[in-house]
Design a protein around this ligand. Structure first.
Ligand code: RB5
Length: 142
């Protein structure tokens, strides 16, 4: 899968860890955002980058990381066609795919550790949209 991943400075370390993890699993990863954890980088720019990749079709899924995941998820959801889900556990990332057809996963580097973030990501990428009764609701968002 082609995955776009972006973060601000607060999400830098987790972004690098998740990007490496995804590459090891054979995914193609496009990274955007902060180049270190010490140099401030706006979650707004990072969120816009991942949202653009997904709506533009250069990535099938996006992963957006900031300190809490809140700011960057708000930014992503401003973009038409993005359904960004801020998830803190695997139940949320599973249901975000099954019920909401979420195309961007947001996580907070100050909220979840690397191991949990990997598991949330695996679930997000592995699950499919249930369709059915959820289809009309998702279509109604746009
Ligand atoms: C940066 O300090 C922090 O505000 C940002 O990463 C994020 O948590 C905002 O929602």
């Amino acid at each position: 899968m082609i995955i776009s991943i972006a973060s601000d400075h607060a999400g830098y370390e987790l972004r690098r860890a998740i990007a490496s993890y995804l590459k090891e699993k054979g995914h193609q990863v496009s990274e955007h955002g902060a180049e270190s954890s010490s140099e401030p980088y706006s979650y707004v720019q990072a969120g816009r980058a991942v949202a653009k990749d997904v709506t533009g079709g250069t990535a099938e899924r996006g992963i957006a990381i900031c300190g809490t995941g809140i700011g960057i998820s708000i930014v992503c959801n401003k973009k038409q066609g993005i359904r960004c889900a801020l998830c803190v556990n695997e139940t949320m990332s599973r249901l975000a795919r099954q019920h909401n057809d979420a195309n961007v996963l947001a996580m907070g580097a100050r909220i979840v550790g690397v191991t949990l973030a990997q598991s949330i990501t695996d679930t997000f990428l592995g699950e499919t949209f249930d369709g059915g009764r959820h289809r009309d609701r998702v279509d109604d968002i746009e």
